[in-house]
Design a protein around this ligand. Structure first.
Ligand code: AMP
Length: 110
């Protein structure tokens, strides 16, 4: 079981930002920007590479946009990132979108 499944099951705590029937959003424990929230689907899918449900992916994206709006970074700008497998640095194998904002984000990422 991944650590994100434990957060979904309320076995370990998280600073929850938003929740609906499809997704949970919570603050990243090691923030890389003033706003750094993770959005996860309630279904366990290892990564974007293994996702087959376009509706689920859409719900994750819509929740990311909602979080950005509610945390006040919509107008200043933000980035939504899905690290996928080794070279991208994925460490938790429950699909998740990082929502990053509150500062200027350089491009390309390192
Ligand atoms: P990734 O490297 O894309 O797999 O991202 C995993 C993210 O999960 C990292 O940014 C971690 O800081 C974050 N993380 C790991 N454990 C927790 C936790 N218990 N609560 C919140 N965020 C976590």
């Amino acid at each position: 079981m991944t650590i994100f499944q434990k957060i979904l099951d309320r076995q370990i705590p998280a600073r929850i930002v938003a929740e609906d029937e499809h997704c949970l959003a919570f603050h990243d424990v090691n923030p890389q920007a003033p706003v750094h929230v993770l959005v996860i689907p309630k279904v366990a899918v290892r990564s974007l590479a293994e996702a087959t449900d376009a509706g689920m992916l859409g719900q994750v994206m819509l929740m990311a946009a909602r979080v950005a709006r509610e945390l006040g970074i919509e107008d200043s700008g933000y980035r939504v990132v899905l690290n996928t497998n080794g070279n991208a640095g994925q460490t938790v194998f429950h699909l998740h979108a990082h929502v990053l904002g509150g500062r200027v984000l350089t491009w390309p990422p390192g």
